[in-house]
Design a protein around this ligand. Sequence first.
Ligand code: CMX
Length: 139
Amino acid sequence: MKKVDHIGIAVRSLEETLPFYTNILGFACIAIEEVLSERVKVAFLDATNMRIELLEPTDSTSAIAKFIEKRGEGIHHIAFQVDSIEKRISEFKINGIRMLNEVPKEGAAGAMIAFIHPKSAHGVLYEICEKKPLEGNDS
Ligand code: CMX
């Protein structure tokens, strides 16, 4: 596993939440994007040695909408960068880890992503992500 790529935080409204992160915490907002497959609108903030991803649901069936309904706003997942997502998924499966995605899917900024079921990770939702080579894997 490489470094933490980002921490995902579920929010009701990007518009209402962003000023806290930019004006109060002082982080720059580096991108805002809609991820259609996940039914979320996301904002990435540069938190120096990693990023914070704010996730606003775009419809009531989105995983983020369900999460907020059950638990309220808050930390939703932690994402680690990996070199080869397919290799990692196979290794996890061999070790009996339950994957929510056995085939990587495209996430924000074209990265390939997959989630481990929180029941296989002691209550934490982990994402692994393989970024596009041209991005320079440090951002
Ligand atoms: N962190 C830790 N545990 C979580 C969790 C989270 N974010 N979300 C759900 N859980 C737990 C629940 O508390 C529940 O545990 P209990 O049975 O002990 O109560 C268990 O996981 C099952 O949860 P659920 O609410 O019954 O099931 P859901 O239908 O809500 O599905 C999950 C949960 C994780 C399987 C689903 O949200 C999922 O498939 N997530 C992966 C995709 C995703 O999260 N996309 C949004 C982000 C996209 C992006 O980053 O671009």
